[in-house]
Write a protein that binds this ligand. Structure first.
Ligand SMILES: C[S@@+](CC[C@H](N)C(=O)[O-])C[C@H]1O[C@@H](n2cnc3c(N)ncnc32)[C@H](O)[C@@H]1O
Length: 268
């Protein structure tokens, strides 16, 4: 089970929700959990700095730096292999977008797979600042809703790890259009999501459901407070104007506790 999806029902959380303070409660609880975790070493095996505990907590719900490093490395490989299996050649990529890059957990490993410039965009200024100061690439803050500051048809590959998992159906639909705009025709998007086969379905409580996407909370969309669950069909349907679904790796076949959709940008 991912730490982010661990059950956290508590009277205090319920009180925070009922008083409209759930977002504040959530951010404070992230800080408390980060500060009670072991400090990471300054540098990881790849010779690059590791982010601080709060940055890791904000993207993964845990400040376990070994998990951050090793899972990030394995996930980068899985995403690139999925693209390669779908016919892409990572050696030919010039510009790769890490949509929802967080503190570079995956982006830091991408140079071992492709010579492309890594472009990271994320709504979280705290984690993006760490990337700009510590990693090679073009990292900037973006908004919860499109557009991105990138030209049409300028990206060879986009991956979004655990970003759809925090967005409502209308927001997802807006992002399929935007990713379709910035990708080159025929290019791939690898996007992870929580499908309804996920074991957490046995105990999560939902507070909204729209167009087949169920959300655990309505506050702080885009953060780990909100978890979205859906079937692959909802992605295929919402992405259809721009993309064709060409791969679906279910939850129990990935090594990262989420399902993976591989979409190909339609030819114009
Ligand atoms: C669970 S974290 C994963 C971070 C990173 N992809 C990784 O795997 O380490 C989800 C990330 O998506 C970002 N995010 C959420 N909604 C976003 C949006 N609309 N545009 C860009 N980033 C977004 C969050 O700020 C957060 O950094």
């Amino acid at each position: 089970m991912s730490a982010r999806l661990a059950p956290r029902a508590s009277p205090l959380r319920a009180f925070a929700r009922s008083t409209g303070l759930l977002g504040v409660y959530f951010r404070l609880s992230e800080m408390r959990r980060a500060l009670s975790s072991a400090r990471p070493p300054a540098v990881a095996d790849d010779g690059k700095p590791l982010p601080g505990r709060l940055a890791m907590m904000r993207i993964g719900g845990t400040a376990d730096w070994k998990f951050f490093y090793e899972r990030g490395q394995a996930t980068a490989s899985t995403l690139v292999e999925a693209a390669r299996s779908a016919g892409a050649d990572p050696a030919s990529w010039r510009r790769v977008l890490d949509w929802g890059c967080g503190c570079g957990r995956i982006a830091r490993h991408m140079p071992t797979h492709t010579p492309a410039t890594i472009i990271g965009r994320d709504i979280d200024a705290y984690t993006v600042k760490w990337c700009t100061e510590n990693l090679d690439g073009d990292f900037r803050v973006s908004s919860l809703a499109p557009p991105l500051d990138l030209p049409d048809a300028s990206i060879d590959f986009v991956y979004g790890f655990s970003v759809l998992t925090h967005l409502s159906a209308p927001m997802q639909a807006a992002w399929f259009a935007e990713l379709g705009r910035i990708l080159k025709p025929g290019a791939l998007a690898a996007l992870t999501f929580h499908d309804r086969q996920h074991p957490a379905m046995a105990w999560v409580e939902f507070r909204s459901d729209q167009d087949g996407v169920s959300l655990t909370e309505k506050t702080l969309e885009g953060s780990n407070l909100v978890a979205a669950f859906q079937d692959i069909e909802t992605i295929e349907r919402a992405a259809a104007p721009w993309f064709t679904l060409i791969g679906n790796m279910p939850y129990d076949m990935t090594a990262f506790e989420q399902s993976l959709a591989v979409l190909q940008r339609n030819q114009d």
